[in-house]
Design a binder for this molecule. Structure first.
Ligand code: 5CA
Length: 438
């Protein structure tokens, strides 16, 4: 992508209406623009990162055996009457009437829709177990939308739903999502701690929130320090037998404010007690027959008798994750993207556009990197070098390949690492060899 043809409206100053660093940086880096309270347009740079995050979430769902589908954003109120949640859900639900005065709504979550789909299309115990997921926009009319994409009204969520014959089988599905979540967040460079959580309007009695520790987090959380640095399990696990991993991760104390037990927390050795603030990036629930019973989602068992399916639901805040990653990874100059979610892998920065040697070297680098499958942003704008450095640091591309007339005269370019600030001076070929090695 050539910057001269891109749409990247970066801002020098911090916008006054943004309170936390991730919101400020997303606005300054030209990633999002608010179009109404809690509603954002995703500009090209933000959209690229959103897609990368979504893809990691998707790959880890697939690995855990979940199957992707796509449900609509608009749902019928009738379905919510079947589960009994229509009146209970309250003001957060955006209720709409169509031209025939029929009641519809913009989905805040999709338990009802998926339960109806499963009910109407699954017949027997042989259709179980299944976990279905989609990545779709949700709307919640939050009282106080704030902190940019962290608490939006419209936001992108991955929501998965599991269907099982009984509770032991449903717990296996829960454990699979539990492990998939640890792997998902770890691939984004995040340390997520699973914590016992309140189930709120979704229901059920088993639930974990996945929390990223950050001072700007909206929830107060309490946990054993050893949980924070536990590495993710990885994909080399037996997906049907994850109980040991689940037990290992849940035996140490970890709870959100609503579930906090001061006595149990006090029993942890004092130097291991961690009381912090956190960002909820995922939330998983097991609620058994809460929806299947009122909505009559049953399958015939081996003996021909109907059995209500046991269900769980599993959410990831895909758009919220952009904010969470930036909160966890930035410095005074801007965002530091982990390579896995960076909008581009490399920025080629020309220090003198119009200089024949510089232009030729930049073109050569740009083409070679593109050919090697590297996502590259070619900064061929006519900004001054200082402004270019500042904007490339601000948008957080992991590697900057800086090409100027002085260096080239000596046969060199500069390769800068955004995270460490480390700079190497080396011939272009050597720099390209480093950037294209797998
Ligand atoms: N049906 C369940 C699981 S699919 C559910 O809706 N769970 S939830 O309410 O906890 O939402 C799932 C995730 O969406 C949360 O963990 C959070 O990361 C994200 N989320 C929730 N509300 C918002 C919001 N207003 N803005 C951005 N992300 C949000």
């Amino acid at each position: 992508m050539r910057l001269s043809r891109h749409f990247l409206p970066v801002m020098k100053e911090s916008p006054a209406d943004a309170q936390i660093v991730s919101h400020k940086l997303m606005l300054r880096a030209g990633m999002i623009r608010q179009t109404a309270a809690g509603i954002y347009a995703w500009l090209p740079l933000g959209h690229r990162v959103l897609r990368k995050i979504e893809q990691i979430v998707r790959e880890e769902q697939d690995r855990a055996g979940a199957i992707e589908l796509l449900m609509p954003t608009i749902q019928s109120a009738d379905l919510w009457r079947q589960s009994g949640r229509y009146d209970d859900y309250g003001l957060e639900m955006l209720r709409i009437k169509d031209r025939h005065e029929r009641e519809i709504l913009f989905g805040p979550t999709a338990e009802e829709v998926i339960t109806a789909i499963f009910r109407d299309n699954a017949r027997s115990y042989r259709d179980l177990p299944r976990t279905l997921y989609n990545i779709q926009w949700k709307f919640r009319d939050e009282v106080r939308p704030r902190f940019g994409v962290m608490r939006g009204r419209e936001f992108l969520m991955k929501d998965a739903y599991s269907f099982d014959i009984d509770e032991p089988s449903a717990r296996k599905a829960y454990n699979r999502m539990f492990v998939a979540y640890l792997n998902t967040f770890s691939r984004m460079g995040l340390k997520a701690v699973p914590m016992r959580a309140d189930t709120g309007p979704i229901g059920g009695d088993l639930s974990h929130e996945f929390i990223i520790l950050a001072d700007t987090g909206e929830s107060a959380v309490f946990c054993h320090k050893d949980l924070v640095d536990m590495p993710a399990p990885g994909d080399d696990v037996d997906w049907d037998n994850l109980q040991d991993i689940f037990d290992e991760r849940t035996s140490l104390y970890a709870a959100t404010e609503e579930m906090h037990d001061e006595a149990a927390f006090g029993a942890i050795p004092a130097d291991k007690q961690l009381s912090a603030r956190g960002i909820e990036v995922g939330h998983i629930f097991y609620f058994g027959e809460k929806y299947s019973k009122p909505m009559k989602a049953a399958v015939s068992g081996p003996d021909g008798k109907d059995i209500n399916v046991h269900m769980g639901s599993y959410g990831v805040g895909v758009s919220r994750l952009l904010g969470a990653i930036i909160e966890a990874s930035h410095d005074e100059n801007g965002i530091i993207w982990p390579e896995s979610v960076a909008p581009f892998d490399v920025a080629v920065v020309s220090l003198r556009v119009g200089d024949a040697a510089v232009d030729a070297a930049c073109e050569q680098a740009y083409k070679a990197l593109q050919k090697a499958g590297v996502d590259v942003l070619y900064n061929d704008s006519d900004d001054r070098p200082g402004a270019k450095f500042a904007s490339m640091d601000l948008i957080g591309i992991p590697k900057q390949l800086i090409i100027g007339p002085k260096g080239l005269a000596e046969g060199n370019v500069e390769l800068k690492d955004r995270a460490t600030g480390e700079r190497q001076v080396l011939p272009l070929e050597a720099a390209l060899a480093q950037l294209t090695k797998a």
